[in-house]
Design a protein around this ligand. Structure first.
Ligand code: FES
Ligand code: FES
Length: 154
């Protein structure tokens, strides 16, 4: 069965038909071609698929596209503005917080959301915001350092 959903993605109004069982992750990647949203585990454990829905981080693999009807969504593609990387993105590059980069969209989206909610986060706030995000490459120290740097250079 298909349902019509209307939502706003990265500032653009969207109206689409989706199947009842389609996840928000599949909808964003396949239907909207927003492939910066990554699929890691597919079961809510890695954070790679994180997007912001109505101001809160959400694992898009755990949400149905139909549940996103009427919401406002930001994906990694909506973080840079007018071709300019955000402070968080720049800091990840500067501090070497990226290796394969597969986890990076989820970390950056969660980091942006943290700074929106808490402009001067403590190290504990950063660790907590990233607690559900897995990175197989960096060992986390550079990621936390990058986020700390971004927070101090807003
Ligand atoms: S793909 Fe969604 S949490 Fe891993
Ligand atoms: S940079 Fe490779 S998984 Fe994080």
């Amino acid at each position: 069965m298909e349902h019509k959903i209307r939502l706003t993605i990265n500032g653009n109004k969207v109206e689409k038909w989706v199947k009842s069982q389609t996840s928000l992750l599949d909808f964003l990647r396949t239907e909207m071609e927003l492939t910066g949203v990554k699929e890691g585990c597919g079961v809510g454990e890695c954070g790679a698929c994180t997007v912001i829905v109505n101001g809160m981080t959400v694992r898009s693999c755990l949400m149905l596209a139909v549940e996103a009807d009427g919401t406002e969504i930001t994906t990694i593609e909506g973080i840079a503005k007018n071709g300019e990387l955000s402070n968080v993105q720049k800091s990840f590059v500067e501090k070497g917080a990226i290796q394969c980069g597969f986890c990076t969209p989820g970390f950056v989206v969660a980091g942006e959301n943290l700074l929106d909610r808490k402009p001067a986060p403590s190290k504990e706030d950063i660790v907590e915001a990233f607690s559900g995000h897995l990175c197989r490459c960096t060992g986390y120290a550079q990621i936390i350092e990058a986020m700390d740097h971004a927070a101090q250079n807003r």
